[in-house]
Design a protein around this ligand. Structure first.
Ligand code: PMP
Ligand code: GLU
Length: 393
């Protein structure tokens, strides 16, 4: 009954977990949510006000497919100021979240059977979106040994005559690693040499901590500008996940094709949200700084406590809001009379018995790890880690 295309796709591990958490909460359980990665802060007031103004001013009709000109111009200024990248508004598109930008980029670039490289651990949606676009995901597996980073040699080895594109994500969900300028310049040189397109997902740009910096792939490797689609959005930086605004910049021809794809589904993104996103980009940035300061405190606290738990191995992440411990030392041991035969089982026990939600690493192509998001309050982090310790004791 269901198309072969959809049968090849697995549901989003993060969204599936979120649905289970909501069920448990509805049953009355007090669940500590280290699962889905989304800011726990409300959207800043000045952004909400602009959306309300837009409603009252009847800015509630369809917008141009690629987004309202005011927002695209603000995005152009953002790229110039934050990333020293020069784009024209015709090289920018606004979509339903960064997620849809990535999907549109894949639809615009990938032919049936083309290979698209992803770096594991990867964000859950990349391989599935590649398959939806008719491509074949090719995974470069990284581990703690290279700090979860792909080296230029690893990239060279993975490129074949069929390679069309790759997806890069720095700072990374789920590892929290951020590539340095030098590392990106080296990787960019390999991509440019083989004329591989880069879809560079920079949604966690604002969330970097203590000395780590975010550098855009295109800033570090300018020769990649004609071969890159830079993806960003307001979800993470401005606590605006539900507003569904992401944006992309790249060569006008590809952005045009992305716009064509978007024009047939879903037309454009929400008019009201676009006015709110304009306020986010143009308004005061101190709410972002305050949130980043709080995330940093939580990052340190969570990492230190996880490092003290026997069987949990992790370094402090540099960006995003995830800690990604390796728990392979616990595989083969028991909790009560239940055997932990994989990291997935540990995640399941943690949720069903201790009501602590984490995402198993298998969905990210890292079956020995589990992902903890620290985008929740310090009290919740303390409570969740206490429960984890009790469970393992
Ligand atoms: N990329 C990564 C790596 C993410 O973690 C997320 C968060 N869901 C997204 C893209 C999509 O963000 P959004 O669609 O909310 O802009
Ligand atoms: N990016 C978040 C996460 O990985 C949100 C969920 C999603 O969009 O898949 O948890």
């Amino acid at each position: 009954m269901i198309s072969e295309r959809m049968q090849r796709i697995t549901p989003s591990a993060t969204l599936k977990l979120n649905a289970r958490v909501q069920e448990l909460v509805a049953e009355g359980h007090d669940v500590v949510k280290f699962g889905v990665g989304e800011p726990d802060y409300p959207t800043p007031d000045h952004i909400k006000e602009k959306a309300i103004e837009a409603i009252h001013a009847n800015k509630t009709t369809y917008t141009p497919t690629n987004g309202i000109p005011e927002l695209r111009e603000a995005i152009v200024r953002k790229f110039a100021e934050d990333n020293q990248l020069d784009y024209d508004p015709s090289q920018v598109i606004v979509s339903v979240g960064a997620k849809q930008c990535i999907y549109n980029a894949l639809m615009a670039l990938v032919n049936e059977g083309d290979e698209v490289i992803v770096f594991a651990p990867y964000w859950v949606s990349y391989p599935e979106q590649i398959k939806l676009a008719g491509g074949v995901p090719v995974v470069i597996q990284t581990t703690e040994e290279t700090d979860f980073k792909v080296t230029p040699d690893m990239l060279e080895d993975a490129i074949s005559p069929k390679t069309r594109a790759l997806i890069l994500n720095s700072p990374s969900n789920p590892t929290g690693r951020a590539y340095t300028r030098e590392e990106l310049a080296e990787l960019g040189a390999v991509m440019a040499k083989h004329e591989v397109w880069a879809i560079t997902d920079e949604i966690y740009e604002s969330l970097v901590y203590e000395g780590a910096e975010h550098v855009s792939l295109v800033t570090a490797a300018p020769e990649m500008k004609s071969l890159s689609i830079v993806i960003n959005g307001v979800s993470k930086a401005y606590a605006m996940t539900g507003w569904r605004i992401g944006y992309a910049a790249g060569p006008a021809e590809v952005i045009g094709a992305m716009s064509k794809c978007q024009g047939h589904a879903p037309s454009s993104t929400t008019s009201i949200s676009q006015w709110a996103a304009l306020a986010a980009l143009e308004g005061p940035q101190d709410p972002v700084e305050e949130m980043v300061q709080q995330y940093n405190l939580r990052r340190k606290y969570m990492t230190e406590r996880l490092q003290e738990i026997p069987g949990f191995e992790c370094d402090a992440p540099e960006g995003a809001f995830y800690v990604f411990p390796n728990v392979s030392a616990l595989v083969g041991t028991k909790i009560g009379d239940r055997e932990i035969d994989s990291a997935d089982v540990l995640a399941e026990i943690l949720l069903e018995e201790s009501y602590v939600a984490v995402v198993p690493g298998s969905g990210f192509g890292a079956p020995e790890n589990i992902r903890f998001s620290y985008s929740t309050s310090m009290e919740e982090i303390e409570k969740g880690l206490d429960r984890l310790e009790d469970l393992l004791r």
